[in-house]
Design a protein around this ligand. Sequence first.
Ligand SMILES: NC(=O)c1ccc[n+]([C@@H]2O[C@H](COP(=O)([O-])OP(=O)(O)OC[C@H]3O[C@@H](n4cnc5c(N)ncnc54)[C@H](OP(=O)(O)O)[C@@H]3O)[C@@H](O)[C@H]2O)c1
Length: 336
Amino acid sequence: MKAAVLTHYDKKGTELEIREISTPIPEEDEVLVKIMTAAVNPLDNMIIRGEVKLIVPYAMPLVMGNEFAGVVEKTGKNAVRFKPGDRVYGRMPLKKIGAFAEYAAVKETALAVIPEYLSFEEAATVPLTALTAMQAFEVMDVHAGESVFISGGTGSLGAMAIPVAKSLGLHVYTNGSGENEERVRKLGAEKFIDYRKENYADVLSGVDHVLDTLGDRELPNEFKVLKEGGNLVSLRGLPNGRFARRSGMPLFKQLLFQLAGSKYDRMAAAKKQTYDFLFVHEDGSQLDRIGRLFDKEHPLETSIDTVFTLEEINEALAKVKQGKSKGKTIITVREQ
Ligand SMILES: NC(=O)c1ccc[n+]([C@@H]2O[C@H](COP(=O)([O-])OP(=O)(O)OC[C@H]3O[C@@H](n4cnc5c(N)ncnc54)[C@H](OP(=O)(O)O)[C@@H]3O)[C@@H](O)[C@H]2O)c1
């Protein structure tokens, strides 16, 4: 089968190679998925640059790709939740990615059935960002009626986090560039701040939760708008001790990350707030729950920016690196 392979980490970024490799054989608890569509994320470029190797170290050569939609081809002996022909989607397990390929063997616990109203292209845009949002809201322990500020919500994370937050009954505030205001308001944002014209720190205060996508440069202001005792979950800041303990990391990594994130822990402690870093992991049952939050009458709105083929993977990665996305960058692996 054809697959897009990373041969080595490179701080400046490097191209993936399209290679002919053996089709994987599913383990007993795995399902062989015929990949129809995969989606590209900033995370893929971070993996290439070696920026997440302390969190998940990968052996080379590595078949890349973190999320997909496809069809069950074959099931392992103990994988009983799915049958051949089922339409499934998921975030690849952290320890074994590989969605930029014609087939992938995936733990069945990472998979969910695709809601009927979503095409393969639309479905591939969902898992990584929807799971990120859901996992962040779980860490925050959100309740209906509370408010959340999602920074940079005009990007692909916001496209999923805003409707998921809305469906959980949260009041959503976000910022981004003005040309995207109408789109994110339609998704459910109640307040929109154009970061080129206004600083959200001058407009917002007393927010119950903050979901940060911008990292270091914005964290001090994000803590400022957060209420005393509120929670901030960052997708971009430094990992901290709470993250390492929650992820069940060995003691030396817990100590390492405790040190790395201590600056933000101190910022949070000043107003009895909490700081958590999050690295999204696979979870088929959580993806099922996300699917159930929406239905045909109130569908999960997906936004697709550009569609590439597997052979064009390096153009797709360059597109995502550029930012300025109007939705997800998609890889069509085979004719649909
Ligand atoms: N840790 C995890 O598990 C995890 C999971 C998912 C995502 N992430 C991270 O989350 C970040 C966002 O992901 P994404 O997929 O949404 O990226 P994206 O599609 O590239 O979107 C980034 C958005 O940030 C906005 N932005 C840039 N500078 C800004 C500023 N100063 N103020 C407000 N908004 C600003 C941009 O807005 P305009 O284009 O409107 O200017 C853009 O829409 C990435 O760094 C990604 O790696 C992490």
